[in-house]
Design a protein around this ligand. Structure first.
Ligand code: ADP
Ligand code: MG
Length: 380
């Protein structure tokens, strides 16, 4: 039937979520702009969804609304009902009953959110409840990737190398400073790093060379989080690997970051912007292989999915490798390490987006085939 008109294939409707209640709000906007610019409009219809710093979801022109703090932004929401894949506009005035109207039926969601309330499993939980496929790790992978302490426990349980460290509860720090300091000084040697367990972008991270600096570091980190990680500092090379996939992930070439400052702190990451990215890192081939294999094992250990950037530290004094962290939604601008490593490995930025959306749909498909109820066989 040659003259029959073929239905044009319907485009995949991708909700791109950005912004969020996080110190990395601005970084997320940059990543999301790059993602939305690169999504192939022949294949995808893009629905931008912003989350303000206060946590309100906005549609319409959310990038503008977030950038300019416009009060006219249209509020939106997703419902935690499976099979309700519609993004809803929410009209809500104090004196009137609230009304909901569908903005768009989404096929898949791409959360381009960094840090708390986005990269930590919270948004992923809502998307699970709504029954929507989404890019990236699920609830557990996201949460474990976010919490530096739990992450280290999971690495250690899988025989993966992490630096010596101690967990300090902020409550305990305020109650018994001397005991905490003594304990850390017994377990570790200066310099040590103090880190809030659940932030990113080096916010609240300090390198402490003595007791006085340790007190300041713990106090600052405890102001950000209920839990603080204190970690053995080493003279480190910083290596990063991009990982892509669900059950059978692949690893990119290894990259290296050479910060110009004392360490790769917030200023080095986003303000001075003068850190060197070396792709591929200068490593013996067998060392690079080892780094990539460790990255894949770390990724699988936390049940990561879709994507993740695994950051490792290599001790310059003896060449030992340690897993530092996984970012389950790594920086995603065109000049960010995650896509640049893939480009160097042979996967272009737009192709990377295609693969991530495909992986999201595959994973959802696979999950939807699982049994959700249990019935005893009769006679048992
Ligand atoms: N144990 C360590 N030894 C040496 N440098 C470290 C250590 N831990 C962290 N750093 C430095 O601090 C930076 C930020 O720490 P990181 O754990 O990666 O936190 P974030 O999640 O905020 O990126 C690292 O990129 C590195 O430069
Ligand atoms: Mg880091």
């Amino acid at each position: 039937m040659t003259n029959e008109k073929r239905e044009p294939k319907r485009k995949i409707r991708v909700g791109v979520i950005f912004g969020g209640r996080s110190g990395e709000h601005e970084v997320s906007l940059m990543s999301a702009r790059s993602v939305m610019d690169a999504l192939d409009r022949e294949k995808y219809e893009v629905v931008p969804i912003g989350i303000t710093k206060e946590g309100e979801w906005v549609v319409g022109d959310p990038m503008k609304a977030l950038a300019e703090g416009e009060k006219t932004a249209e509020l939106a929401t997703l419902l935690p009902h499976p099979n309700s894949s519609a993004l809803m506009r929410l009209e809500w005035q104090e004196t009137e009953p609230a009304t909901l109207s569908a903005v768009a039926e989404l096929d898949v969601v791409f959360p381009v959110l960094h840090g708390p309330y986005g990269e930590d499993g919270t948004v992923q939980g809502l998307l699970e409840l709504a029954g929507l496929p989404y890019v990236g790790a699920g609830v557990v992978g996201s949460a474990v990737g976010m919490d530096k302490a739990i992450f280290k426990y999971v690495m250690a349980a899988n025989g993966l190398p992490v630096l010596p460290w101690r967990l300090v509860l902020s409550k305990r720090w305020s109650a018994d400073q001397t005991a905490v300091l003594d304990e850390i000084e017994t377990a570790l040697t200066y310099p040590v790093f103090t880190k809030p367990a659940n932030l990113g972008s080096s916010v609240g991270v300090n390198k402490c060379h003595n007791r006085e600096e340790l007190i300041a570091g713990l106090t600052e980190a405890a102001a950000y989080d209920r839990r603080v990680v204190v970690e053995q500092g080493i003279n480190a090379r910083e290596l990063e690997v991009s990982v892509l996939g669900n059950e059978d992930p692949i690893a990119s070439v290894v990259g290296e970051i050479r910060p110009k400052r004392a360490f790769y702190d917030y200023v080095a990451k986003y303000v001075s912007d003068d850190s060197e990215l070396i792709i591929p890192a200068e490593l013996e081939p067998e060392v690079a292989e080892k780094v990539r294999a460790l990255a894949i094992r770390a990724y699988q250990a936390i049940d990561c999915a879709g994507l993740g950037r695994v950051d490792l530290l290599m001790d310059r004094d003896n060449g030992r490798l340690y897993i530092n962290e996984i970012n389950t939604i790594p920086g995603f601008t065109r000049i960010s390490m995650y896509p640049k490593l893939w480009e160097a490995t042979g996967i272009s930025y737009p192709e990377l987006l295609d693969r991530l959306i495909e992986l999201a749909l595959d994973r959802h498909e696979e999950k939807s085939r699982l049994r959700t109820s249990f019935e005893l066989e009769s006679g048992e």
